[in-house]
Design a protein around this ligand. Structure first.
Ligand SMILES: [Zn+2]
Length: 519
């Protein structure tokens, strides 16, 4: 049975529109002739709604988001009283829980970020709060005690920070993974069945937001196995590219496992690909740990390099020689240039290399990215004056703050720019990211963040669709042209004809993947 979709505004994703679109039984977009020569024909009236290529998320953490959704949501708290009340009520309602996990706290809250604040709510079991940057944990005394971080000499960490008070006692704030894992490693292990449920929840949430494909940018041991098990359940709907996380301490052993897992995923016929390795070049601005060329105003330092340069170069080379895509977290300008120095020496990419975040760039850096064919995988939702941006201000100063998220310069310089969510750090909904990319603000009355860097709806759509396909070096284009799979999203309003301020209230009515309606 072939289907003809008509009577809507149909955007093909290649700067052109069509009056209708025909789809084969197998879910491929076909020509008029093919449609008329098919035995059974049916029609779908789009009723004036807007059909566009479906969204793709270039950098997300669906499994983490799914796991996080199992804990307590504290994102709506704004005061200490509210937080304590919420934690206390949750503890009373869930007496069997041996560990309290909650997300996310806003680091710009005017609250004393100390273990004693959380002790007011719960003392007899560990409480772990995840910060909105997901690079910060705030824990109570019990959690520190279980991690062996109280009444002891603190360990020397290669990177990451355990904040201490005047007496050298941990305050309860842990920064970056090496410090955070000292507590998190003691959390009760999630069962395989629970993990699959968490992933399927995230899968469905993304489908409902118009997404048909997602890149999971942090895969540790056990996570690819969850993806595989979810695929075997036959309920996993989206396509995924998994990025195995390169840990500087264990990379040489881990890469053997990455290669093995990449082959194991072949069974999914391309629905899940293990083709990428994720590196961290630096930290984040909010903790003054991203690598910057000019020192931070607060610390006078240049941030933290996660790898010694020589070992970083070796590791990237090894990943490249084994045919993996290089996907590097680089936030500061010095981190991006450090990556480009390393990438500069590599030849014959299987996939274009990806700089994830690339938050602080200048023209020279963007020119280098074009030359090297490096993709900028950025988060449009962050380009607004909110708490996340404010936590960077004191460290960077106003001038550098204004230079963040130079999406228009990227587009005009010719850098392949991919939009992504970094969910659960921020919302997974592409329409919200798209609205911020166009408006450089989310809400009316909000101070606009560098309006010069606003981009058009057409560019924003490309960054969420065809450019993601380019980044993944896919056979498909991500458009709605003849021969492509019918991967499409139906929206309640024409994005091109809408008032810019209304974009964020656009609703997803249906999501199609290879012709099948998945939402
Ligand atoms: Zn990320």
């Amino acid at each position: 049975m072939a289907t003809k979709y008509h009577s809507g505004v149909i955007y093909l994703g290649n700067s052109s529109f069509s009056d209708y679109i025909c789809v084969s039984e197998q879910g491929k977009i076909i020509s008029d002739e093919e449609f008329h020569s098919s035995e059974i024909q049916t029609e779908v009236n789009l009723d004036g709604k807007f059909l566009s290529p479906a969204f793709r998320d270039g950098h997300s953490h669906p499994l983490f988001a799914g796991r996080e959704s199992r804990g307590l949501d504290i994102s709506d708290c704004t005061t200490e009283d509210q937080l304590i009340q919420k934690l206390t009520e949750y503890d009373q309602a869930n007496p069997t829980l041996s560990w309290i996990d909650a997300a996310v706290f806003d680091r710009s809250w005017n609250i004393r970020f100390d273990r004693s604040t959380l002790d007011k709510a719960i003392q007899d079991k560990p409480v772990v709060l995840h910060g909105d940057d997901h690079h910060t944990l705030w824990v109570n005394s019990k959690a520190l005690e279980i991690a062996g971080l109280l009444n002891t000499v603190l360990p020397d960490l290669d990177s990451g920070v355990i904040d201490i008070d005047d007496e050298g006692i941990p305050t309860g704030i842990l920064r970056e993974w090496p410090a955070m894992s000292m507590v998190i490693d003691h959390a009760p292990k999630i069962t395989t069945a629970e993990d699959i449920q968490a992933l399927l929840w995230a899968d469905q949430a993304q489908a409902a937001a118009g997404i048909v494909e997602s890149v999971d940018a942090w895969i540790d041991r056990g996570m690819a196995e969850t993806y595989l098990a979810a695929w075997e359940s036959e309920h996993l709907q989206l396509d995924y590219t998994l990025c195995f996380r390169a840990d500087p301490a264990t990379f040489l052993e881990d890469i053997e496992y990455f290669i093995k897992m990449r082959s194991a995923l072949d069974i999914t016929n391309g629905q899940i690909s293990g083709s990428s390795i994720k590196f961290f070049a630096d930290g984040v601005f909010g903790s003054a740990s991203a690598l910057v060329s000019e020192p931070y105003l607060t610390t006078g330092e240049h941030g933290q390099s996660i790898w010694p340069k020589e070992r970083f170069t070796e590791a990237v080379n090894l990943a490249h020689d084994n045919g993996f895509q290089i996907h590097i977290h680089a936030i500061g300008d010095a981190a991006t240039n450090l990556c480009l120095d390393i990438l500069d020496k590599l030849e014959n990419y299987t996939y274009p290399p990806v700089i994830a975040h690339a938050e602080l760039t200048d023209q020279a850096t963007l020119d280098r990215m074009v030359l090297l064919g490096a993709v900028a995988c950025v988060q449009p939702y962050w380009a607004q004056n909110n708490g996340l941006l404010l936590t960077c201000k004191e460290h960077l100063g106003q001038e550098r703050l204004e230079r963040l998220y130079a999406f228009r310069d990227m587009a005009e310089t010719g850098v392949t720019t991919v939009f992504s969510s970094d969910w659960p750090i921020s919302t997974y909904e592409p329409l919200k990211g798209l609205a911020v990319a166009v408006n450089r603000s989310e809400f009316e009355g909000q101070v606009i963040h560098n309006s010069d860097q606003a981009i058009t709806v057409e560019h924003a759509l490309a960054n969420y669709t065809v450019n993601v396909k380019k980044m993944l070096d896919s056979e498909n284009t991500g458009t709605l042209e003849i021969g492509e799979p019918f991967d499409a999203v139906l929206l309640d309003r024409d994005l091109f004809a809408s008032e810019k301020q209304q974009l964020k209230t656009t609703k997803v009515l249906a999501t199609y993947k290879s012709g099948k309606r998945i939402f």
